[in-house]
Ligand binder design. Structure first.
Ligand code: PAF
Length: 254
């Protein structure tokens, strides 16, 4: 695996790569099995796999969240190499945002304003802007996203259509721990007791209870509930346990 510290360097290499399929996995690092599943899929689908690790400041709503975002570069690098990733790109803010975030991708439908968009103002503008920039930098044949961030996945798909991007958007199933909790970098911030309790969230979300009852049940055992909402055959939820915000979604059996 070759590690590239500047976009210019990457663009030079890219020119030499012809007639090959490129898979791309965008991440913010602190890699876990969820990310591994995306890298593995990309390695098996494509001739080359690119991973980016970039903690994108424009998608964070709180400065502390950004400052506390876990950084495990050394470990991440070993994992990516072992999984067969060919290039790991680690861009800087100056390279990614030469305009200091003056130009942005916004989505104008109600979809980016509901669920995560309602609780996190500007979040999806930050996500769509960085994803577009990373797709332009890497020009991949395929890009891989997990279904855990379902709204993000859907918006990226719509953006790819809107801007006629020549990249296939591949969705991969949510990877869960043995108790059913979706894997997330945020889980590391839960205490052992909270981690056990957190499993109630996916359990209730996927139960036959109506959404309002799921919310009541979760609140009664100490979760702070941002939303439990159904949309186009899926049930979405966001909760806070201790200081940690968790999201999940499941396809409903209807
Ligand atoms: O899902 C994530 O980790 C981030 O939102 C992404 C897609 C890497 C953009 O910063």
């Amino acid at each position: 695996m070759q590690v590239i510290n500047s976009i210019k360097e990457w663009q030079q290499i890219k020119k030499t790569l012809n007639n090959i399929t490129i898979g791309f996995v965008p991440t913010m690092g602190n890699l876990h099995h969820g990310h591994s599943s995306l890298m593995e899929r990309s390695v098996s689908d494509n001739n080359l796999t690119i991973l980016t690790i970039y903690i994108n400041p424009t998608q964070f709503n709180h400065k502390e969240d950004l400052a506390n975002y876990p950084k495990t570069l050394e470990k991440d690098q070993i994992l990516a190499k072992n999984l067969g990733v060919d290039y790991l790109i680690l861009p800087s803010y100056e390279e990614i945002y030469p305009d200091n975030y003056n130009f942005r991708v916004t989505e104008n439908s109600e979809y980016s304003l509901m669920l995560e968009g309602a609780s996190r103002t500007g979040h999806f503008t930050g996500v769509l802007t960085i994803v577009l920039k990373l797709l332009l930098i890497t020009s991949p044949t395929r890009v891989y996203f997990g279904e855990k961030d379902y709204q993000q996945l859907h918006l990226v798909r719509e953006m790819a259509k809107a801007f006629l991007l020549d990249t296939e958007i591949i969705s991969c199933p949510t990877i869960r721990n043995e108790d059913g909790l979706p894997l997330s970098s945020r889980n590391n911030r839960l205490s052992e007791i909270e981690l056990k309790k957190a499993a109630l969230f996916p359990e209730l979300l996927s139960s036959n209870l109506v959404s309002s009852a799921v919310k009541t049940e979760l609140e009664s055992v100490g979760f702070m509930v941002y939303y439990i909402e159904e949309y186009e055959g899926r049930r979405f939820g966001a909760v806070k346990l201790g200081n940690v915000r968790l999201i999940d979604n499941i396809r409903m059996n209807i």
